[in-house]
Every structure is written in structure tokens, then in C-alpha cells.
Design a protein around this ligand. Structure first.
Ligand SMILES: N[C@@H](CCC(=O)N[C@@H](CS)C(=O)NCC(=O)O)C(=O)O
Length: 216
């Protein structure tokens, strides 16, 4: 069996999948696609994923995209700890929490969006950072309200068992830290993320621990 993850150190979506692979104990190799030089637009990568985004997971002849879809695929296809609850209501809550990050916040801060703000609207780096921080703050507030407000979070985002929602939320927190967004008004979110980051499978998947990442 061969599993190849196409990723990049700074990619938060790749982080979710890398952590899931580690949690499931799946051996994989990672191929770097350098987003900082636009390698996602190379003919070689275009042939693999014409959407030009990471992550891409190759499992034998199968090619998979979209981090949450990949995490669910891994969960259903490999033994080991389960990343989705057994009950439909629990799965719906875990998917909803995951999508606040992956569908509502993260797409607004990715390189192609920030670059477009610069190239089409002449917004300088400072304005683009302000944009990214704004959406990260809005997302942080929404996630905290959900985690702290509905009585269904525990040690982790959904009860006391780690799920896909934790992988999404820890990627949100790491993104917020990379963009220097304060998390002091999101104590529940930060505590859960810190608990996740204390786990070796997740800590070793951290963007700043990947080849090419800056020292701090
Ligand atoms: N919704 C996708 C996100 C895909 C995405 O935007 N990935 C970023 C890296 S985290 C990317 O490849 N960006 C390239 C670009 O914006 O040009 C997922 O969850 O996998």
C-alpha cells in the first residue's frame, strides 16, 4: 500500500490531514508543493489537482482532495481510533464545527484570495493581513460561542473523545497564531487546541515542525 500526501508546511488544510494520518497510524510520505513560489500552478500539479490547492492525498491509484473529505475517507477506510461519533446527531455537530473553519473561515485567508486582493484591488500587505485577521476573529468568536454554549464540548470539541472537529479547530488556532490573532476571548477553544497540541500525533503534524518552516 502506498499513501502520499502532497502538502506544504504552512498549509492548514494539509495539517488536518497530516494529523489524521498520524492519529490513525498510517505510514505515508509527504511531497512538498511550494505554495510560496506558486508550484500549485505547475503543469505537474495541475495534472494531479486542477483546482491547484492542497492537500492532495494519493492512496494507491486513488486521488483525494478536500481535507475534511480526506479525513472522513481515512476514518472509514482504516482501523484505529474513530474520528467521527457513532450517532447521526454527533456526526452532524462534528461536521458543523469542522466546517466553520474549513468552509467559512479558512477559504477567506488562503494565498489566492490574499493575492487577488493585492493584484486586483491594490491592497497592500498590511490591509491583506487586516482582512485575514478580521475573518479569523469572526470565526474564533463563532467557534467559542458554539463550544462554550451548547453543553456538548468536554475535554475535546465533541465530548471527551477527539474527533475531526478537533483537527479542524486546532488548525484554526494554529492559523490564528500564525496571523497573530489574539485568542484570549476564546478560552474554551484555546484549551481544547492546547490539549490537542500536547498529543504527539498532532504536535508532530504542526505546520512549524515541517520541512521548510521558519525556526519560529
Ligand atoms: N477547502 C480545502 C482548502 C484548500 C486550500 O485552499 N488549500 C490552500 C492551502 S491550506 C491552498 O492550497 N492554497 C493555494 C492558493 O491559495 O493558491 C481543504 O480543506 O482541503
Amino acid at each position: 500500500m502506498s499513501v502520499t500526501l502532497h502538502g506544504y508546511w504552512r498549509s492548514l488544510a494539509t495539517f488536518r490531514v497530516r494529523a489524521a494520518l498520524n492519529l490513525k497510524g498510517i505510514a505515508f510520505t509527504e511531497k512538498i508543493v511550494d505554495l510560496s513560489t506558486g508550484e500549485q500552478f505547475s503543469p505537474e500539479f495541475h495534472a494531479l489537482n486542477p483546482q491547484h490547492v492542497l492537500p492532495l492525498l494519493e492512496h494507491d491509484a486513488l486521488r483525494l482532495t478536500q481535507s475534511l473529505a480526506i479525513v472522513e475517507y481515512l476514518d472509514e477506510s482504516f482501523p484505529g481510533q474513530s474520528l467521527l461519533p457513532k450517532d447521526a446527531a454527533g456526526r452532524a455537530r462534528v461536521r458543523a464545527l469542522s466546517q466553520i473553519t474549513a468552509a467559512d473561515v479558512h477559504p477567506l485567508i488562503v494565498p489566492r484570495v490574499r493575492n487577488y486582493l493585492g493584484s486586483e484591488f491594490s491592497i497592500e500587505e498590511e490591509g491583506r493581513m487586516k482582512w485575514a485577521r478580521h475573518w479569523l476573529e469572526v470565526g474564533t468568536e463563532a467557534i467559542e460561542a458554539r463550544l462554550a454554549g451548547d453543553g456538548q464540548s468536554g475535554q475535546f470539541a465533541h465530548g471527551d473523545q477527539l474527533t475531526m472537529a478537533d483537527l479542524a479547530l486546532v488548525s484554526h488556532v494554529v492559523g490564528a497564531r500564525l496571523f497573530k490573532v489574539a485568542l484570549d476571548r476564546a478560552p474554551t477553544l484555546e484549551a481544547i487546541a492546547n490539549r490537542c497540541l500536547a498529543m504527539p500525533a498532532i504536535a508532530s503534524a504542526h505546520p512549524l515542525r515541517q520541512p521548510g518552516a521558519p525556526a519560529a
